[in-house]
Ligand binder design. Structure first.
Ligand code: PLP
Length: 451
């Protein structure tokens, strides 16, 4: 194994003050270039991208064929407004996508990111309800904890108190049901029985809210940052579909993180053969080559609102030829390199390695996920699941320890959530066994330093 590379903070001090501001004022190394699963910084250090950034770089960095396709498109046109012209990359990408989605999900609307994608689903659902004579339906039930985006509309359905509380006076926070953290429950039920119980909480919520007022239910089929790759028991998924059907409620799958092959199937929901009414995609669709997202819907939802005057929604850069050319080439590379199968196979290897770490470090209470969207939850006491004291900042310390050793992993503690500290490992889908070994050695060292 290569020696871990320890981050030194001095190069940031030599740089001029930054005009940019983000979550914190912490200076990060200047990136120089990226290739495959690696980043190199200006000061010569190498980082393994163990989380594909925030689960974006699905096909890996600097893929030659994608760059060439983008350059070819740049030589033609980088922008043509969708209300003035059709463009071939957008048409072809929509056709390709429709072929990979569940049967009938063949109406595509492009956007530039994940929040735009989930918000577009919500706005399409609402316009469909109005166009079909159901104007009283407006509530979108979400799960707690969850993450669906940072715009006020997508934040309104996000289950995360810390992110939402400042903005509550400015938006209408939507009702939530608990995320299906069935593995945590200490009762006499089987996991599958618990899956049903969690799904039935949706029905109870619908009844409490008034079924005629509920428009949709939004969920991540394989959880993202808020739940660290939480997977519900198998029984949950068909039961949710049944309940939505019973009340005429649209089922929105937020596949922004779990879609585009990351879980070892094109959609996370494909593991359970799910048939959602609306799907939001982003992240891996552009794979970091271009800001890109999409909403997919069946004809039966789109036609009524087109007949009623069209979809009253859109963003200037949506469906631009450059982003769509990138997305098309990303899907092409995913197919050519058989990356979805590799995500499934390498996901099996990686989850096995994480479970081995769990044996070494019993404060890891759960390891979960699908394919290369994996997470682990850390607690103070694995018997009682007592959370680690917040003051210990276990998630952040672990991320920092790994970063100092040249590995990027992901994690976020959700205020008000039932989850404890967690971390996520989600490398690009091109990863090899050897590279998994390299990552696991650093995670093991970092956990040992944390313990
Ligand atoms: N939905 C999910 C499941 C996400 O994970 C994210 C981002 O992390 C979003 C929506 C929002 O995407 P974006 O940050 O591109 O707006």
């Amino acid at each position: 194994m290569p020696k871990p590379q320890v981050q030194n903070a001095t190069d940031a001090e030599a740089r001029p003050p930054s005009h940019l501001f983000y979550l914190s004022s912490l200076r990060r190394p200047l990136v120089e270039r990226a290739e495959g699963i690696y980043f190199w910084t200006k000061d010569g250090r190498r980082f393994i991208d163990g989380s594909s950034g925030p689960m974006v770089a699905n096909i890996g960095h600097s893929n030659r064929n994608v760059l060439d396709a983008m350059k070819r498109q740049m030589d033609k046109t980088t922008f043509a407004y969708r209300l003035h012209f059709e463009n071939e990359p957008a048409e072809e990408l929509a056709r390709e996508l429709a072929g990979k989605l569940p049967a009938g999900m063949d109406r595509i609307f492009f956007v530039s990111g994940g929040s735009e994608a989930t918000e577009s689903c919500i706005k399409l659902a609402r316009q469909w309800a109005v166009a079909t004579g159901q104007p009283k339906r407006w509530k979108v039930i979400g799960r707690f904890p969850s993450y669906h985006g940072g715009t006020l509309g997508s934040l309104a359905v996000t289950g995360d108190d810390a992110l939402a509380e400042t903005f509550l006076p400015m938006m209408r926070a939507m009702p939530t049901v608990p995320a299906p953290t069935a593995w945590r429950d200490r009762d006499n039920l089987s996991l599958e029985q618990r899956g049903i119980r969690y799904a039935d909480m949706l029905e109870e919520k619908i009844q409490a809210e008034g079924p005629e007022s509920v428009l949709a239910f939004i969920m991540e089929p394989v959880g993202g940052a808020a739940t660290a790759a939480l997977v519900a028991p198998d029984s949950y998924y068909p039961r949710i579909r049944e309940i939505c059907d019973r009340y005429g409620i649209l089922l929105i799958h937020d596949e922004v993180m779990s879609g585009a092959g990351r879980t070892g199937k094109f959609l996370g929901g494909d593991h359970w053969n799910c048939k959602p009414d609306l799907v939001a995609l982003s992240k891996g669709l552009g794979s970091g080559y271009a800001p890109l997202g999409a909403l997919a819907a069946p004809k039966r939802l789109v036609e009524p609102l087109l007949a009623a005057g069209g979809f009253q929604h859109g963003h200037t850069y949506a469906g631009n030829p450059l982003a769509c050319a990138a997305g098309l080439a990303v899907l092409g590379e995913m197919g050519r390199l058989d990356l979805i199968a590799n995500a499934a196979a390498m996901g099996d290897v990686l989850i096995g390695e994480l479970r081995a770490l769990q044996k070494r470090f019993p404060f890891i209470a759960d390891v979960r996920g699908k394919g290369l969207l994996l997470g682990a939850e850390m607690v103070a006491d694995p018997e009682t699941l007592t959370p680690i004291a917040p003051g210990k900042k276990a998630t952040q310390r672990l991320l920092d320890l790994a970063y100092e050793r040249g590995l990027i992993i992901y994690g976020r503690k959700v205020k008000g959530g039932v989850d404890g500290d967690n971390f996520m490992v989600a490398p690009p889908m091109i990863i090899t066994r050897e590279q998994i070994g390299e990552m696991i050695a650093i995670i093991g060292d970092s956990l040992a330093a944390l313990a």
